[in-house]
Design a protein around this ligand. Sequence first.
Ligand SMILES: Nc1ncnc2c1ncn2[C@@H]1O[C@H](COP(=O)(O)OP(=O)(O)OP(=O)(O)O)[C@@H](O)[C@H]1O
Length: 272
Amino acid sequence: MRDTPTAQSQGTRPRRRLVFDGVTKRFGEEFALREVSLSLEAGERVAVIGPSGAGKTTLLRLAAGALRPDTGTVTFGGATITGSAVTLAYQGETLVDRRTALSNVLSGRVGALSWVRGFLEPIVPRNPEPALERLAAVGLAERANVPVHSLSAGERQRVAVARALMQDAEVVLADEPTANLDPSSRRNVIDVLGAVLDGELLVTALHEVELALEHFDRIVGIADGRIRFDTTPKAVSDDQLDALFAAGASTPDTAARQPKAENDTPSPAWYV
Ligand SMILES: Nc1ncnc2c1ncn2[C@@H]1O[C@H](COP(=O)(O)OP(=O)(O)OP(=O)(O)O)[C@@H](O)[C@H]1O
């Protein structure tokens, strides 16, 4: 994070890679991912797009170390994934409603504390400063002491981002961070995600193609558990997108998608 003194300076960190090497993951007879190989570097902002059931969440869960591959390996910096290196930004629905934004953000750090302190810290914090800094970074400094049930869906999602940032992880994963948000809140959450990072690897599963093409510097298209393309936003063609979404169930954003302009700039009408 840019403005967090407690965050380890990215400049001093080696630029470690998150590497999927020939990863296959099945659930019963169903293949969620097939022979996926991918090498992602610190500092990249990667959007994973594809139809429903393509394998996006499975990819993120493997990256988080929450799942193990059936075959192949997932490594970060050459080693098995550990919880301290990678954080998963859960959706705003996972916040504790009756607690304040500050309390929810503080809970993002409890894993690093003793059992008793971890229990008490979100309620009677000894050190609220890091959490207040994260809330300020996502534009919610003024809302720190407001119970999250009275925040908007977009604000709740930003609290969830702030909570994830409490881990100071080198890899930030976000699974559909814009789910259930109105269009302007979607854009705002993605803006915030990009703005608060400084050198971390960001991998986001997104349904909104337009947001992915506008805000990320690498686009990984997945369908039916396979990587169909892995390129820059400018290089993604309409044909690739059509083929990607034709390979799986339809999604709302592809249904609303309009042809791209000749200069390859995504049309604002691609989703509503
Ligand atoms: N825990 C599980 N048990 C059984 N099958 C699963 C499980 N998790 C995922 N799958 C299956 O694996 C495939 C990929 O699922 P995944 O959730 O990764 O897709 P997705 O691209 O994230 O979809 P969506 O966009 O709808 O969230 C799907 O066919 C899904 O049904």
